[in-house]
Ligand binder design. Structure first.
Ligand code: ARG
Length: 459
């Protein structure tokens, strides 16, 4: 088949070579953006007097027909035409005749593909921002129910100090808030138009780049034509922001997996988000959480892949850059899917407040309370730590917990201990006393919840 760029060629490539070089199997994802970009371009060509009005009308008519068909999924693409840009141009010419060949005036596939990617990513990031908000709302809803649900807090995955379950959930709210900020900040760079940069050097035609930018909803244009066609920072940034988001989801996924195990039993995932075993009838596996934890790996992979593709590339466009697409599409799909699944999992999970609270009474996570108790009475904290450490050791030897020790034992360790230590040892008291800013005390958690809700504009 004759290529649209076949003029200087004397023979055609073999099919398997075409197949290797083609991006149409995956860049057809950009079909709508490609046609929208062309519509803006040809409109501007008409307005600037570069193409006569009747040609513009014919081209627009053809493009609109193609857009309709694209939306119905009725277009059939061919590897012989390499990529989405040439496929659409070929279809246009087939439909309206040689005048369709005027569409590519003052434009190159290099600024065209960059434009498509910017348009595409701007839409997808908008969608992702909405989904992050949805997950934040789900976390808030669960947190509201569990301000006074207490659980063991961990460091090194060892019981550390008791905390409010809502406080734990809200930690993820704030992580997601940073993700939200990063994605929305990146829109500033995504929302710039490369269109009109031509192949690399601009064009001799009196085009109006600001006009096409405006027609496509871009806030601004790239300043430098070389940069416009060779920049893939905005995709790398997207992959980086996505990697960070997936890392956050993966951490929470890991906690859900641990918490739903027999060893913890802190939560039960809804049946809708778990699966059974084909051999062990008793099992209920947290598959969706595991899968999200696992999918984090492919997103990191896409980030490193594109950084590596771009490293050492001379200006301006190089065919290497065609490798930017599959990772980006896959990342969009992965992030969108993971956020949706996660929101459902959080909304429907069953929290076993009784098990969590019981756990806080079966450990030494209240030991800090005793050290703080002595420190508040003037004992240097380091000495108080030592005294309580010995009491803990004593308990371990006796097979009891701190609250089980009689006051005489405490008095022996330090005459400053009084009857009120038993209240201090109560995990609920321990949690509620931590009302330093950002702490787990119930009043602080309620304040944090109010702040979070205000941020999201939810009543
Ligand atoms: N399919 C190409 C890509 O995805 C489009 C740009 C091609 N430009 C070129 N001069 N070969 O990168």
């Amino acid at each position: 088949m004759k290529k649209l760029w076949g003029g200087r060629f004397t023979k055609t490539a073999e099919e398997w070579v075409d197949e290797f070089g083609a991006s149409i199997p995956f860049d057809q994802e950009l079909v709508e953006e490609d046609i929208e970009g062309s519509l803006a371009h040809v409109t501007m060509l008409g307005e600037c007097g570069i193409l006569p009005a009747e040609d513009v009308e014919k081209i627009k008519g053809g493009l609109i027909r193609l857009l309709e068909k694209a939306k119905q999924g009725e277009l059939e693409f061919s590897v012989a035409y390499e990529d989405i840009h040439l496929n659409i141009e070929k279809m246009l010419i087939d439909d309206i005749g040689p005048v369709g060949g005027k569409l590519h005036t003052g434009r190159s596939r290099n600024d065209q593909v960059a434009t498509d990617m910017h348009l595409y990513l701007h839409k997808r990031v908008t969608e992702i921002l909405g989904l992050i908000r949805g997950l934040q709302r789900a976390l808030i809803k669960q947190a509201e129910k569990h301000v006074e649900t207490i659980m063991p807090g961990y460091t090194h995955l060892q019981r550390a100090q008791p905390i409010s379950f809502a406080h734990h959930l809200l930690a993820y709210f704030w992580m997601l808030e940073r993700d939200y900020e990063r994605f929305s900040e990146s829109q500033k760079r995504i929302n710039k138009s490369p269109l009109g940069a031509g192949a690399l050097a601009g064009t001799t035609f009196p085009i109006d780049r600001k006009r096409t930018a405006e027609l496509l909803g871009f806030a601004d244009i790239y300043e430098n034509s070389l940069d416009a066609v060779s920049d893939r920072d905005f995709i790398i940034e997207f992959l980086s922001n996505s990697s960070m988001l997936m890392m956050h989801l993966s951490r929470l996924a890991e906690e859900l997996i641990l918490w739903s195990s027999q060893e913890f039993q802190f939560i039960e995932l809804d049946d809708a988000f778990a699966t059974g075993s084909s051999i062990m009838p008793q099992k209920k596996n947290p598959d969706m959480a595991e899968l999200i934890r696992g999918k984090t790996g492919r997103v990191y992979g896409h980030l490193v892949a594109l950084l590596t593709v771009m490293k050492g590339l001379p200006l301006a466009y190089n065919k290497d850059m065609q490798e930017d697409k599959e990772g980006m599409f896959d990342t969009v799909k992965t992030v969108v899917g993971s956020l949706k699944i996660f929101t459902g999992m959080i909304e429907t999970m069953n929290v076993r407040a009784d098990v969590m609270e019981r756990a806080t009474k079966q450990d030494f996570s209240n030991a800090t309370e005793l050290a703080d108790y002595l420190a508040a009475k003037g004992v240097p904290f380091r000495e108080a730590h030592e005294i309580v450490g010995k009491l803990v050791l004593h308990c371990i030897k006796q097979g009891v917990f701190l609250a089980d020790l009689p006051l005489e034992v405490y008095k022996e360790a330090s005459p400053l201990f009084e009857e009120d230590i038993y209240d201090a040892l109560n995990p609920r008291t321990a949690v509620n006393r931590r009302n330093s800013a950002g702490g787990t005390g119930f009043a602080e958690v309620r304040a944090a919840l109010a702040k979070a809700k205000q941020l999201l504009g939810t009543p």
